[in-house]
Design a protein around this ligand. Sequence first.
Ligand SMILES: [Zn+2]
Ligand SMILES: [Zn+2]
Length: 637
Amino acid sequence: MAIEKIKIRGARTHNLKNVSVDIPRNQFVVVTGVSGSGKSSLAFDTLYAEGQRRYAESVSSYARRFMDVLDRPDVDSIEGLSPSIAISQHTSTPTTRSTVATVTEIADYLRVLFAKVGVPYCPDHDVPLKKSGIHDMVDAALSLGAGARVMILSPVVRSAVADPDTVAGEMARRGFLRLRVDGEVCTVDALPVTDRGAVHSIEVVVDRLKITPEAKTRLADSFETAAKLSGGRTMLLNLSDGSIQAFNLHYGCPQCDYTIEDLTPAMFSFNNPLGACPYCEGTGIIEQFDPDIVVKDAALSIAEGAVCGYSRRNSARFAELRDLLARAGLSVETPWKDLPEWARVLVLDGDQKAAAKGAPRGLHYKGVIAELDLTWARARSESAKIGMRAMRRSCTCRHCGGERYRREVASVYLGEGASRVNIIGLMNMTLRQAAGQLESLVLSEQSRQIAEGPMDAIRKRIGFLCDVGLGYLTLSRQARTLSGGEAQRIRLAGQIGSALTGVLYVLDEPTIGLHQADCARLIATLKELVDNGNTVVAVEHDEEVIRAADFVVDMGPGAGELGGELVSCGTPQQVMDDPRSETGAYLAGRKAVTADRGVLENPLARTLRIVGATGHNLKGVTCDFPVGAISVVTGVS
Ligand SMILES: [Zn+2]
Ligand SMILES: [Zn+2]
């Protein structure tokens, strides 16, 4: 038979006076009473403390070392207790790395979502990466139709200058007879090229065959071999028209050699080396050469020494910049601030970043900062670094822009076109924006099905947080900067849909700081936890919450020494009918909160006068406060 009650006998924690009470399990229980009456002593220091202590005893001593085990409470006995989770307003020092997203577990589900349905893009070309299975390659070959003659190639050298003789020797050793060098098929011992330095692409001819329905297995074997040779890439050459289809077993850019591993959830966390920016190790901050110090005076020209260490006096480095700017149609005599933006980027960050700012093509330069980095890395002694150290400063990591993620990870998007979003964009959204973004995602039918599970979990948590008025928080907001009420509701969201059952949840004034309108939704959520087979015990003053409870425990009658007794307990109606219960009297309307003690006839008879206050933004304020009266100072924030 299921245990239906938690039986507390002889509780004496703090000011409790031998309290014995039966609390129904699997119900919504509110512990109420005046401040200091012993509500928290009963709910947190007795019920929760004992539940947590017993749970700790059931786990290994190793696991126990990682828990804050509470002292055994002063109580004769408690029966029918289950493992307990306290959701208080004061969390135990959350780390700087915990955020709204991590505490609510939304981050975990987002990682799964990105890993499962995220589309990786090339960070340089901004085109989606493609990958194919061996069966896709075989299908493509078969679709050319019976009788078509094809070649299966393995691109071992792509857009890189390699020594063709070495490649040919290596492939001959592995038993391959033919290569395709810059589009021309030849045997390994008779390369067609005369200019060895000008070779750009070499493919190994893995197979040549005529397509027949029976060729399926052979095609698969050949594609497999081709993929193995090149690290995943294969090509299908249709000999009848010379057309080529390229495939990649891994995600690869169709326009360059950029590839990434298969996506895993771990990649979408900057707390994990797989996802963290390798330069700042996921902190977003790095000690690096600061462009604002390297360029010491923007009014000077480069020739006059605008860029530290690159003035006319440093002849070799100066000459390089002079030639570079001359090729770009500019002059080193122009003041730094008058150079076009792309030219300043070109000088500091090199041609790749400058291209994005509209620099002409063909200006090869790696940039002053990169040169300084190299010199810094090569500097053997402290004395060699001294001059350079002055140009370094801890600042936002320029590799990840302070976003902490690896660029490979930042280039993975959910959805397509204008609605696409990466992990950084999503984390910087408010909960309400994120909900809208996820709903409007354009996903293929297949992706939609895969995404359903994690999407549902995210929707549930965000929905709850918006319902209790927290839609304005961003996912990346640090947990330690939240107010007590916010933090408690955030942690509650982590429990929603965690599907735990048989748990005793103990909450500390869950309505604190909550707008009246959001209160009903919070109550509904707590009841949902109960419906999932849990017991919820909340310490609470709010009338609406008390009325919504299945069972009320009224502590009192006074505070401190005058409290610590069980005044009344039962359903809200039973407590209302109990003549001993102060809470019941208010709930039933027999007593009312009243502030009507008359208005002072002449409040300004005696005053405290402030003359000409100018603190902060005050503009010479003079004002009288009545003595012996309550005054209210109000105004916009
Ligand atoms: Zn690319
Ligand atoms: Zn970084």
